[in-house]
Design a protein around this ligand. Sequence first.
Ligand code: NAP
Ligand code: ZN
Ligand code: ZN
Length: 346
Amino acid sequence: MIPVKGYAAPDVKIPLAPFNFERRDVGPHDVQIEILYCGVCHSDIHQVRDEWGGSIFPMVPGHEIVGKITKVGAHVTKFKVGETAGVGCFVDSCRVCPSCEAGLEQYCEVGMVGTYNARDKEGAPTYGGYSNQIVVDENYTLHVSDKLPLAGVAPLLCAGITTYSPLKQWKVGKGHRVGVVGLGGLGHMAVKLAASLGAEVTVLSTSASKKVDSEKLGAHHFVVTSDPEDVKKAFNSFDFIINTISAQHEYNFYLQMLKLDGTMILLGVPPEAPTVAAFNLIFKRRRLAGSLIGGIQETQEMLDYCAEHNIVSDVEVININYINDAYERMIKGDVRYRFVIDMATL
Ligand code: NAP
Ligand code: ZN
Ligand code: ZN
């Protein structure tokens, strides 16, 4: 077994603290990665607070991982020692169901094995990227270009692919008006990616102070959702809305901003069940959809696209002992726009 240092939530709603544990030895198809940076996703907060139910403790969160390969198993063919690599939200899946066969491992019919807060095929709990080492099957590991700053690349492994995948699925591009709701980790990546694909992007935010940033990120318009005059202009105007809000909110409010045949894609996962008024869908034939991260092949495509187009996340790099404060700030919407842990501070 490999000794690993990390940070864990010992139990629900107890602050994260240093935690030593072990990982499996490098198997024939595994790579060992020394973790350099790990992004902080709002899903980490939902899970350490057990807001979705079924959380496993102690929990080492983190699924936006980049680092250097330090060891490869005897049958590994895709990676070499010294290469830069990434790990996202899952580390295994059944590999044989129609979803896995189609490269949609996130929708595995047996269930993907999450990078943390899950159990592997042997039943052992998985531990995530708030740690200095990880061992992962090469088929669930991504190639990362050294061209871009690695701290800014880490959030692409979740925030990047989660926003890229629906933009591709719905073929968003030139001629489309896209509303991005919530300017946090996912939201700011949605703005950058949608703008890069040629869409006309509007940010819909509760934070008036984010207007200047939204333009720098590539948005064309900004709506403060507490300003009725601003909001009036947004009604019946969007082909797509990418909804990244992490907390309970009124879905009907945003549905009315879709034009005929418009689609609102839910990415945020508030713990509370939403209410949707049928009239808001029936009139104007609107659609309500959802999307979950992305498969391995599409994640690699997204990383390559970002390297080609110089797209990274805007990050605030933090020491690992700041993690509990970072969570409090994220809950208040006070993040510009992703916290990333420098694992050298572990
Ligand atoms: P984040 O960085 O904390 O950003 C969320 C943003 O939502 C905030 O910055 C804020 O933006 C807005 N917001 C927060 N509370 C709000 C409220 N009460 N009413 C209205 N707006 C509010 O979070 P994230 O990491 O981007 O994650 C967002 C959500 O996506 C989380 O629920 C997470 O679990 C989920 N997620 C889903 C997937 C997937 O595969 N579908 C993948 C990753 C994450 P403004 O200040 O601009 O209003
Ligand atoms: Zn995430
Ligand atoms: Zn499967």
